[in-house]
Design a protein around this ligand. Sequence first.
Ligand SMILES: Nc1ncnc2c1ncn2[C@@H]1O[C@H](COP(=O)(O)OP(=O)(O)OP(=O)(O)O)[C@@H](O)[C@H]1O
Length: 263
Amino acid sequence: MQSQEKIQVNQLTKVFFKNKERVMALKDINFSIKNGEFVCILGPSGCGKTTLLRILAGLEKSSSGDHRIHASRTNHPLQSMVFQEQGVIPWMTVQENVSLGLRMRHVPKNHIKERTKTYLQKVGLTPYADLYPKELSGGMKQRVSIARAFANDPEILLMDEPFAALDEQNKFILQEELLSIWEETKKTVIFITHSIDEAILLSDRIFLMSAQPGTIKDEVKVDLPRPRQMTQVRSDPKMADVFLKIWNHLQTEVQESRIKSER
Ligand SMILES: Nc1ncnc2c1ncn2[C@@H]1O[C@H](COP(=O)(O)OP(=O)(O)OP(=O)(O)O)[C@@H](O)[C@H]1O
């Protein structure tokens, strides 16, 4: 089961039409991700990362090519998404937000109660269960989104820069909390980030995308034992080489995209 392919993407292309102009956001994307893998996607701004995630989430249609998410169970959602911001529903309490997906699926009440309690505990929000989002800090709101996504028990998790708006300290804490929940659940995760350190800390593999039209130009395997901590990422000489490789890739792609846009 562990080695089974969970997500398969074949020759996927996406074209948008913006002010009568054709924008090729994604071109010939091909990859497969195994069950339980944590994959980060890094690439210059505008290379199509969010578009790719939205297609996998079923929120956007591809122009050509296809993708498949292997479902191992019935009655479970294929995917849950965690966004950078505004992922929580303002008129629902913390626990109502966390239990939302389960309630929508009409899961038995005792199961909803148990899973909500478990995930509130895992993200340290038990004392805040009855508060509303306006009473929470940015970090706490992201914890609510993460708890909801895992509580919903989807086949895969899609995360679009979930920690981008947080301060460094909160980011480190949430990254380690996410890793600890992921290590327990071994969900298949695709995670978009602009942070090289974050990608190295979290990933089994990192996909490096080219500037527009977005393609997957390279892939980096992160051979760092788990459980991991940011201090390891920062002090391991092998990871310094990985960092440099990714840094150089991004520099090249950003320069290329500038040259293209100036033409
Ligand atoms: N609905 C849309 N209509 C027209 N063009 C779109 C639409 N959504 C995205 N695009 C274009 O597709 C390209 C890829 O956008 P996308 O948001 O996927 O990039 P990204 O890599 O996630 O960017 P960032 O890192 O800045 O968040 C951009 O040129 C964007 O303007």
